[in-house]
Design a protein around this ligand. Structure first.
Ligand code: SDX
Length: 445
C-alpha cells in the first residue's frame, strides 16, 4: 500500500531545512520550516506566518502555492512527467485501462484480479440512473449545451441518492464515489441523446466502461450497434489520459467545495462548472472551433500572428499550460490515438488532423511559443479524435468531465480523510476605499 507521508515524515523529508524571513522594516526574523515530499519541489510551511508577522502572502492564480499534500498524482512540468501513484502515464495509457486506473487512484494500488473483478462489478451495477431523472432532462431546451445539463443533473443527484451524502460514513462515502464514476457516462450519453431527440439508451452490464458509453451514445433501438474494439480502446485511453491532474482549477474547486463538508454530488457539480471554462476543460471544444475557423494551412500564419498580438484576446487554443513547460505527455499519446482512430475509420487524410500537425509544426518553430514554452497540451489532439468518432464539439468537455470524475472523487476522498481537514478560506490584499461615513440621498451628487 503506498504510504501516506505523515506530518513528521513530511518534515523529515525536508531534512530539517529552514528558511529565514527578514522583515527589513522591523529587523524581525522568522524561521519557517521546509517540508519535502516523495518528488518535486520542497515547500515552505507558512502556516504560522500571519500569526507571527501579521503578513498575508499574495499569489493570484496560486502559481507558487501548494494547497495540500497529495499521494495521487505527480507532475514535473519541466520534464513533461505525469505519474499516477508513481506509474508513468505513458505506461498506464499503453498497458492499463480506465477501470484499473480508477482503482489505482481511489485505492492506491493496481488491483489484483479478484480486486478488479469486485471493483468493476460494483461500478457496473451503479451505471443506471433513478428513472425519475429522465424527467429532469425534459425540463431543458433541446439546444441546451450538454455541459449545462451535466452541471444541473449531477448537482441534482443528491436529491435522488440522499442516503450516500453522509460523508463521514466510510461505506456511504465509498458508495457515493462508485455511483459518481459509474453514472457519469450514463448522464453524459443521455445529455447527447436528449440534444438530438433520440431515445435514451440504458446501460448494458455485458459491456466494458468505454464500450458501454459508446453504446449508450451511438446505438438506437431500431438496429443492432456493434461497438468497435478500436474505438472502445481509444475512448478508454482518452478517459485514462484525462483521469486526474494534480491541483488543476476544477480539482481545486472540488476540494474547496468539499472543505465546507458539502456532499460529494454537489462538489463534483462545482468541478464540472469550473472545467467548462475555455481556459481549462473547455479548450478541447475551442481547439476544434479554432481549427475550423483557420480552415486551411495558408491561414495558419494569420492566426499565429493574432496569438502573439497582446492587443488581440485570441490565444492558440490547445497550447500552453500552467505547469507543463515541455510537451504535455498526454498530448503525445493522444496524437498517436488520433492517427489510429482515423485509420480505423478510413479518414487518414482528415483535413483537421493535417491542419493541426502543420499548426503545431509552425508554432513550435516560432520564437514566441518556444521562448514562452507553449507546447500542445492535452486538449490539442483530443478533439480531432472525438470529432472523427462522431461526437459533436459540444460534447468534448462532457467527455473530459466523465474522465476527470475519478480524479475529482479521489482528491475529494483524500481531503475528507485528512485529519487536518480545514475549510478553505484564502485572504486578500484589500485595495478598496478607506473607511468613510454614510452619505444621505439628498447629499449625493
Ligand atoms: C487544461 O491545470 C491543469 O492541469 C489543466 C489541465 C488538466 O488536465 O486539468 O491540464 C487541462 O486546462 C489544459 C489547458 C487548456 N487550455 C488551453 O489550451 C487554452 C489556451 N491556453 C492558455 O489560455 C494558457 O496557456 C493557460 C490558461 C492554459 C495557462 O495560462 P497561465 O499558466 O496562466 O499562463 P499565462 O496566461 O500567464 O501565459 C504566459 C504567457 C502570457 O504572455 P505574457 O503575458 O507573459 O507576455 O504566455 C502567453 C500569455 O499571453 N500564452 C499564450 C497562450 N498561453 C499562454 N499566448 C498565445 N496562445 C496561448 N495558448
Amino acid at each position: 500500500m503506498s504510504k501516506r507521508l505523515s506530518k513528521e515524515a513530511l518534515a523529515e523529508a525536508g531534512a530539517g531545512d529552514k528558511v529565514t524571513l527578514i522583515d527589513h522594516a522591523t529587523g524581525k526574523q522568522l524561521e519557517l520550516p521546509v517540508m519535502g515530499g516523495t518528488d518535486g519541489p520542497k515547500v515552505i510551511d507558512i502556516r504560522t506566518l500571519y500569526r507571527e508577522t501579521g503578513y498575508f502572502t499574495y499569489d493570484p492564480g496560486y502559481t507558487s502555492t501548494g494547497s495540500c499534500a497529495s499521494d495521487l498524482t505527480f507532475i514535473d512540468g519541466e520534464k513533461g512527467i505525469l505519474r499516477h501513484r508513481g506509474y508513468p502515464i505513458e505506461q498506464l495509457a499503453e498497458k492499463s485501462d480506465f477501470v484499473e486506473v480508477c482503482h489505482l487512484l481511489l485505492y492506491g494500488e493496481l488491483p489484483t484480479k479478484a480486486e478488479r473483478e469486485e471493483f468493476e462489478r460494483d461500478i457496473t451495477y451503479h451505471t443506471m440512473l433513478h428513472e425519475q431523472l429522465q424527467y429532469f432532462y425534459r425540463g431543458f431546451r433541446r439546444d441546451a449545451h450538454p455541459m449545462a445539463i451535466m452541471v444541473g443533473v449531477v448537482g441534482a443527484l443528491s436529491a435522488f441518492y440522499h442516503d450516500t451524502t453522509d460523508i463521514f460514513d466510510r461505506e456511504k462515502r465509498r458508495t457515493a464515489t462508485h455511483q459518481l464514476i459509474a453514472k457519469m457516462p450514463t448522464i453524459a450519453a443521455m445529455a447527447y441523446k436528449y440534444s438530438i431527440g433520440q431515445p435514451f439508451i440504458y446501460p448494458r452490464n455485458d459491456l466494458g466502461y468505454a464500450g458501454n458509453f459508446l453504446n449508450m451514445t451511438f446505438s438506437v433501438p431500431s438496429e443492432e450497434y456493434k461497438v468497435s474494439p478500436v474505438l472502445a480502446r481509444a475512448m478508454d485511453q482518452i478517459f485514462m489520459l484525462h483521469a486526474d491532474h494534480e491541483q488543476n482549477a476544477s480539482t481545486s474547486t472540488v476540494r474547496i467545495a468539499g472543505s465546507s463538508l458539502a456532499n460529494p454530488f454537489a462538489c463534483i457539480a462545482a468541478g464540472i462548472a469550473s472545467l467548462w471554462g475555455p481556459s481549462h476543460g473547455g479548450a478541447n471544444e475551442a481547439v476544434l472551433n479554432m481549427l475550423r475557423e483557420i480552415g486551411s494551412k495558408d491561414r495558419i500564419g494569420e492566426f499565429i500572428k493574432r496569438a502573439k498580438d497582446k492587443d488581440d484576446p485570441f490565444r492558440l487554443m490547445g497550447f500552453g499550460h500552467r505547469v507543463y513547460k515541455n510537451y504535455d505527455p498526454r498530448a503525445g499519446v493522444l496524437r498517436k490515438a488520433a492517427h489510429e482512430v482515423l485509420a480505423e475509420l478510413g479518414k487518414e487524410d482528415e483535413p483537421l488532423l493535417e491542419l493541426a500537425i502543420e499548426l503545431e509544426r509552425i508554432a513550435l518553430e516560432d520564437d514566441y511559443f518556444v521562448d514562452k514554452k507553449l507546447f500542445p497540451n492535452v486538449d490539442f489532439y483530443s478533439g480531432i479524435t472525438l470529432n472523427a468518432m462522431g461526437f459533436p464539439s459540444s460534447m468534448f468537455t462532457v467527455l473530459f468531465a466523465v474522465a476527470r470524475t475519478v480524479g475529482w472523487v479521489a482528491q475529494w476522498k483524500e481531503m475528507i480523510k485528512d485529519e487536518a481537514l480545514k475549510i478553505g478560506r484564502p485572504r486578500q490584499l484589500y485595495t478598496g476605499p478607506a473607511e468613510r461615513d454614510y452619505v444621505p440621498m439628498a447629499k449625493r451628487k
